[in-house]
Design a protein around this ligand. Sequence first.
Ligand code: COS
Length: 395
Amino acid sequence: MTVLTREKAGIESDLFEQLRMAVRRFVRERLVPLERQVDEENAVPASVVTEMRDLGIAGLTIPTEYGGLGLSSFEEAQIVMELGWTSPAFRSVFGTNIGIGAQGIVIDGTEEQRRTYLPALASGKLISSFCLTEPEAGSDAGSLRTTARRDGAGYVINGTKRYITNAPNAGIFTVMARTRPESKGADGITAFLVDANLRGISIGSVDRKMGQRGALTADVIFDDVCVPATAIIGGPEFEGQGFKTAMKVLDRGRIHIAALCVGTARRLIAQSLSYSRERKQFGRQIGEFQLLQAMLADSQAECYAAETMVLDAAQHHARGENITLEASCCKMFCSEMVGRVADRAVQIHGGAGYMSEYGIERFYRDVRVFRLYEGTTQIQQLVIAREMRRRAEHN
Ligand code: COS
């Protein structure tokens, strides 16, 4: 029995390694040359979307019984680090299917919901979006105002969701709405699966952003949208549980974003190192100067620390342990880390770092949002301290 398990693990790890190498090749050979085009056109070419779909990217984390690759969070983190090597817009195409748009169904969905949506999400034919943020509810997600009023056997949804990734292309939305108007906090919130074609749904114009061009975000407006009670993630008995579903989804999502930060930091370090070996000033490679070496060394050490913590947290998550604290540590440290690494990359490249031709300034803009979305650094600090106090109470 033990031998069989080991053999199985061996075969699986071989297959996983093949997948990781295939993603690495695809990213470096196919996607990297398109980075500038994606930034300029604010769109990922349709042919690339098809190739990503064929590679299985959309279904990385969806269980195999529903057509996905069923990667654990530990494996997911390693693949996402590979995707992080290039512009984040590419990962974003299926980022919501891998993460926050689909995980609610994987974690808390009914069997019927899983069978209905996960195969299409895994194949990439269906795109999902996660609708939590609102004009007046960002960090304070529990104060959201979108309502889902009981109406006969179903609910009527009204409200506006903001900065929703992939909204213009989504076929299905996970919508957090208040089903108990008397409750102002998290306990009155329910998560719904809402078909994007339903009457009453409209999408705002595509947001103009500082970076991550090609990753599309927009408002989603719900105007008397009728859904059945079976649209509640987990079924009608999960009424009022939506905030917890959202938080569980974000736990895994925060490790995912942290892994992405590590991938981008690796790329920026590699590019900085290479530039420092080519560029000559004062008759020597600039990499021979100790002040420049200090910047390279700081970036490398911080990236290594980040990579190690992400893999550790992901491993604990894969074992089914509570990693709320660790996920927030990863999200906070890695997003801040890649911000510093990007800043040093500009510095190492000097004037060239500021020019769009070299692509460094694009990454500098792209990584800024990592400290904001899926919970700001300040929210991660609150979560970490809250969990520390909670754990202390239980020990
Ligand atoms: N897993 C499971 N349940 C969780 C949880 C988690 N990670 N985090 C919180 N919960 C539960 C709590 O246990 C609590 O349940 P009980 O009332 O049964 O005890 C409930 O959810 C409410 O939690 P809490 O009281 O901590 O809610 P707050 O309103 O204080 O909000 C923060 C907590 C600030 C952490 C939350 O609003 C948040 O994460 N904000 C940032 C939102 C965000 O990331 N937005 C980005 C948009 S998505 S791109």
